[in-house]
Design a protein around this ligand. Sequence first.
Ligand code: NAD
Length: 263
Amino acid sequence: MNEDVSVAKRIVDSSRRIVVLSGAGISTESGIPDFRGPNGLWTRNPEAEKLSTLDYYMSDPEVRRRAWRNRLESPTWAAEPNAGHRSLVELEKRGTLELIATQNIDGLHQAAGSDPDLVVELHGTMREVKCMTCGKRSPMDGALDRVRAGEDDLHCLEPDVQGGSGSAVCGGILKSATISFGESLVADDLRRAETAAASCDLLLAVGSSLSVYPAAGMVPIAYRAGANVVIVNAEPTEYDSIASAVLRGTIGEVLPRALGVSG
Ligand code: NAD
């Protein structure tokens, strides 16, 4: 492992345009479980996948009620950034970090101090809600207040500007502003991430099983364009064979060492 960390550190030190692809694994040390790791939400309860699948969410009020209960109890609200997030802030200070494309929806990169302009949230954010009819976005806090006050399946209270609902309010189904399975990514976000991957000299994948597309596709895009690939993840990933270094340790411990920062 020490040798792999040294190889990774040499690559990081010689790189000038670093793009990070982060996944749920960077936030587990902040107390937010991942989906597919050994203690992942879906590993323990495959049924939970339904809550993140658009068709189930839109068609089944019971799925929405469970989703709102889960949101209320999410460990994300109390979570603090950890050494992994902080080490990327230190990397940014050196001026060699081009972009953090994150699959995470927890906002912890920004909470750690990463420049929000350098963070692309490919799968959206759970810190906002969106109306599935009128598209209006609003802070999650207000929606959770409504759940605490007794609502269990939230609908949009914005004025119905098109008059389609036949009432004064829009009435559309509210959902967290995350990208569910079956929902398209925001085209501009994906384009920005893929363009950065195609022109970086190091693609650093941190805490991702690299099994969710199109996000994982950033890795082969960067590799084909001639960039080094460094993977930091506790378990094997699909792209380990094309990586210049694979670090299997705990992110909060290994990533600061590979970046040569305090974390
Ligand atoms: P994933 O759950 O598929 O994979 C996470 C990987 O991280 C696993 O391979 C696991 O072994 C590894 N890992 C976990 N903790 C680690 C640690 N401390 N050190 C080293 N490795 C560690 O995650 P993914 O690839 O990001 O894809 C899952 C999807 O889940 C994404 O779309 C994301 O939107 C969503 N998600 C996000 C959060 C979050 O925002 N924190 C949490 C759960 C799921």
